[in-house]
Design a protein around this ligand. Structure first.
Ligand code: TRP
Ligand code: ZN
Length: 468
């Protein structure tokens, strides 16, 4: 099963029942960077927090699938953008215990998904400070506007964490917004016999007293929505790609060991590196995990190891989806939209990667995909750069119409300049944050072609333009 298609189908149904929005077009307003709760995201106003910039998360987690109890210690290192008599972290559910700031006890209070921390003494502007939060409880899931589930997803042998757009706050406190990327060290302790997989590289394991700890390190900056942990019985295959990149693949013990399509992972990565430039992280891999219920029918581009859930209805792992999630490692994971408004910079690019794969592997041309997407009424519900509502971020205009924008740019500047643009975009913004305005200005600057009319129609315009 191809979940983005399921999402699109859902969207189609919702559109029929009147979920279309009359959102205004035009460039998004800049986020309000200084509010304490929320960074002013146009679609998720409470996500993230102003006043500081996290550089590192050190998460120490222990999970017992039998009781579903998670115990965690989060060490959050950040730089204060201004004096902070108080600041917020995002956390959904769970019980907060002791909180310290730079080693001194701090007061804390909860309201909704906001955890407010009041240090004994205000953090001074510009200071780097470390907040330690001890917490525990049974982590929950969040139902998104489109009805799909994210957060801490139970499996019958453990759990898997999915965080797009806001689910990471169900398992650790943090600045839960893509504009604040950070390095992570995630250590997970589980009953002996189970494996805990996370982003980045495995730097240590130890077993004592019937429990095993797995330590994972992500040096490259990561948005919180891309953090994952998968706990359960896995078959792990470690290898290296022809270019020497470590590969860590964890497949649910109940699934075929090679999980079919995953054999193509090195070949797809090599092809994508040829198109998009050097792979942006120190390792790669994938997680295939069987989930209990049928609420998660989508794959997610979790950094370095995309997750492919399997449920009773089928698997999310297929060829196009593997190409898609791996393309996100460049577009979304390494080069990350500053707000959810610009989700098309993720999904439009990953969808276009599917078209290009097809075109270069004996399938339909990108033009043919473009034509089909053009004909599809669902593509025209709203402009890619202005989804307008939270449920719209996973719908057809963000995916297919986003890809159409890239195809139009390709037609306008020609193949040679277009593929140089793709590579340059990934290289120049590697590890960083971007938005639509940056993309359009950058394309024009680099190509020397006036693309303002193109973007006005295809990226910002309402409705279907006349057939090209
Ligand atoms: N990003 C996922 C993909 O490309 C799909 C997805 C999962 C998603 N959760 C989401 C999209 C929440 C928007 C919002 O396969
Ligand atoms: Zn995607």
């Amino acid at each position: 099963m191809h979940h983005r298609l399921l999402r699109t189908t859902l969207c189609g149904l919702l559109l029929l029942t009147g979920c279309a929005t009359g959102s205004p077009s035009g460039p998004p307003p800049p986020p309000v960077a200084d509010s304490t709760s929320g960074v002013g995201d146009p679609l998720f106003p409470l996500a993230g927090n102003g006043g500081y910039d996290v550089s590192h998360y050190g998460l120490d987690l222990a999970y017992d699938p039998a009781t579903r109890l998670l115990r965690g210690t989060a060490r959050v290192t950040a730089r204060a953008a201004r004096a902070l008599p108080a600041f917020n972290l995002d956390l959904s559910g769970l019980k907060v215990g002791r909180v310290t700031v730079d080693g001194a006890g701090a007061a804390s209070s909860r309201a909704g998904t906001e955890l407010t921390v009041r240090p004994a003494r205000a953090v001074t502007a510009g200071a780097v400070f470390t907040t330690v939060v001890e917490y525990s409880g049974v982590p929950g899931t969040i139902e998104d506007a489109d009805g799909s589930h994210e957060g801490w997803i139970r499996t019958d042998d453990g759990a898997v964490a999915l965080g797009e757009p806001v689910g990471s706050m169900t398992w650790f406190p943090g600045n839960n917004h893509p504009s604040d990327k950070a390095a992570y060290d995630i250590a997970v302790t589980v009953p002996e016999g189970l494996t805990a997989v996370s982003n980045g590289e495995l730097t240590g394991t130890r077993t004592a007293g019937g429990r095993s700890t797995f330590q994972w390190h992500s040096a490259e900056p990561m948005a919180s929505y891309l953090a994952t942990v998968a706990i359960g019985k896995f078959r792990v295959t470690r290898s290296t790609t022809p270019s020497g990149l470590p590969v860590y693949v964890a497949v649910d013990a109940r699934e075929a060991a090679d999980a079919g399509e995953l054999r193509d992972l090195p070949r797809i990565l090599e092809w994508e590196s040829g198109l998009f430039g050097p792979y942006p992280f120190s390792s790669t891999g994938a997680i295939v995990d069987r989930v209990d219920d049928d609420t998660v029918g989508y794959a997610l581009e979790t950094q370095t190891k995309p997750v492919f859930p399997v449920d009773r209805k089928g698997t999310t792992l297929d060829g196009p989806t593997l190409v898609h999630e791996l393309a996100h490692q460049w577009f979304g994971d390494s080069v990350t939209p500053r707000t959810w408004q610009d989700m098309w910079l993720n999904e439009g690019f990953a969808t276009y990667a599917e078209w290009l794969w097809d075109e270069q592997h004996g399938g339909d041309s990108a033009q043919k995909h473009f034509d089909a997407t053009f004909q599809d009424d669902a593509s025209w519900a709203f402009p890619p750069a202005d989804p307008g509502t939270p449920q719209n971020v996973s719908e057809a205009p963000v995916y297919g119409r986003g890809a159409m924008v890239l195809h139009k740019v390709r037609q306008a500047v020609g193949d040679a300049r277009f593929f140089a643009l793709l590579r340059g975009w990934a290289a120049e913004h590697r590890g960083g944050s971007v938005d639509s305005a940056r993309f359009t200005a950058w394309c024009e600057q680099r190509s020397g072609v006036d693309l303002s009319g193109l973007f006005a129609v295809w990226l910002y315009g309402d409705g279907r333009p006349p057939a090209p």
